[in-house]
Design a protein around this ligand. Structure first.
Ligand code: UT7
Length: 324
């Protein structure tokens, strides 16, 4: 029987500090009304100055590991999706590995911006399916506040901090979509569109990490088309229809993008996990944060069919179909 990567447990961490739209009104020329109307965001969490992405990632991974019931000795991989590592190297993943007392195994970061978690999930799934690893912790963690230009109202009202994690475990299962585990991942990139969303710096160019620059309107247009395509690819490959999906867990960039994708799928918003209103856009952390919230409050239950989808800088985009 083939091996499937089963989502054994989820975990999350949000920094204590909450930044409201009213707070942002005092910082830049914006309004609560504009932010809510254009993005759906009301509040977001922002890390303390001394808190790093690894600090957030460690908390989320710790919670997922504890809930999985696995001893750190059994974890043979840590993959962290992040765009905001503490240092150029070493990776955030090796810090998570050390902090959790995981004695050995692979550990590295994946950088695909807001699509990072879907990319990391896919990489981990392939290690597990081929038998190269049995249990992998996949984390999406970001301190986006560290690369925001706090004078740029077009971006500073959108991005935020946080971390989410899952423990994936290899399990022999029937090759049927009714089995638990990851059934497909689809990853895409179109590098010619990289100048629509980027940082104006980096180690080998300016020597500084730089700040986010986004051509929001254009990114918005691509986001709706690309995410709907990625979702349709997942449905087609698994021979399922949108009605079979229990929960859509989308990247949380903008409520209007999420609603447009749901509409294209003819899915009711009652089946869509939405956290953008209180998390903002946490890039690679947004999907595992949303998933964890829906698991914790009982919406997502064992056996549910989940469709994850994301799109971000690069441009990159992708989807994953998972039986929880
Ligand atoms: O996560 C990675 C992928 N990222 C995304 O998917 C983000 C995609 N883009 C978006 O979500 C939306 O494009 C935004 C939320 C970024 C912007 O919404 P929009 O409806 O596309 O607005 P816009 O950029 O077309 O700007 C409309 C107006 C502009 O003024 P003019 O030119 O019409 O006079 C902006 O200057 O709103 C102005 N504006 C603001 N006004 C108040 C831009 N930012 C702000 C602001 N407060 N914070």
């Amino acid at each position: 029987m083939p091996i499937k990567s089963v989502l054994k447990a989820t975990g999350a961490y949000l920094p204590e500090k909450v930044l409201t739209n009213a707070d942002l009104e005092k910082m830049v020329d914006t309004s609560d009304e504009w932010i809510q109307q254009r993005s759906g965001i009301k509040t977001r969490h922002v890390a303390a100055e001394e808190q790093t992405t690894a600090d957030l990632a460690i908390e989320a991974a710790k919670q997922a590991l504890e809930r999985s019931g696995l001893s750190p000795d059994y974890i043979d991989g840590v993959i962290v999706a992040t765009t905001t590592p503490d240092q150029t190297f070493p990776s955030v993943a090796v810090k998570v590995q050390a902090a959790l007392g995981i004695p050995a195994g692979l550990a590295f970061d994946v950088q695909a911006v807001c699509t990072g978690f879907v990319y990391a999930l896919s990489v981990a799934d392939n290690f597990i399916k081929t038998g190269q690893a049995k249990n992998i912790i996949v984390v999406g963690a970001e301190k986006m506040s560290s690369i925001i230009d706090w004078d740029d109202r077009t971006t500073c009202v959108l991005f935020a901090d946080g971390a989410g994690a899952v423990v994936l475990s290899g399990n022999e299962a029937e090759d049927s979509v009714s089995a638990q585990g990851i059934h497909s991942t689809h990853l895409y990139a179109k590098g010619e569109l990289r100048d629509l969303l980027y940082t104006d710096g980096g180690p080998s160019s300016t020597g500084q990490s730089g700040h986010i620059v986004m051509h929001g309107r254009e990114v918005f247009k691509y986001a709706v088309t690309f995410m709907a395509d990625a979702v349709n690819d997942a449905l087609a490959e698994n021979n399922v229809s949108a009605e079979d999906i229990d929960w859509l867990v989308p990247h949380q960039a903008n409520i209007r993008i999420i609603e447009a994708t749901a509409k294209k799928l003819n899915m009711s918003m009652d089946k869509v996990v939405v956290t953008v209103d209180h998390h903002g856009n946490t890039s690679a952390a947004s999907i595992p944060l949303a998933l964890n919230e829906a698991v914790e409050d009982g919406r997502v239950k064992e056996g549910d069919l989940l469709l994850l989808e994301a799109m971000g800088g690069g441009l990159t985009w992708g989807s994953a179909l998972v039986r929880f």
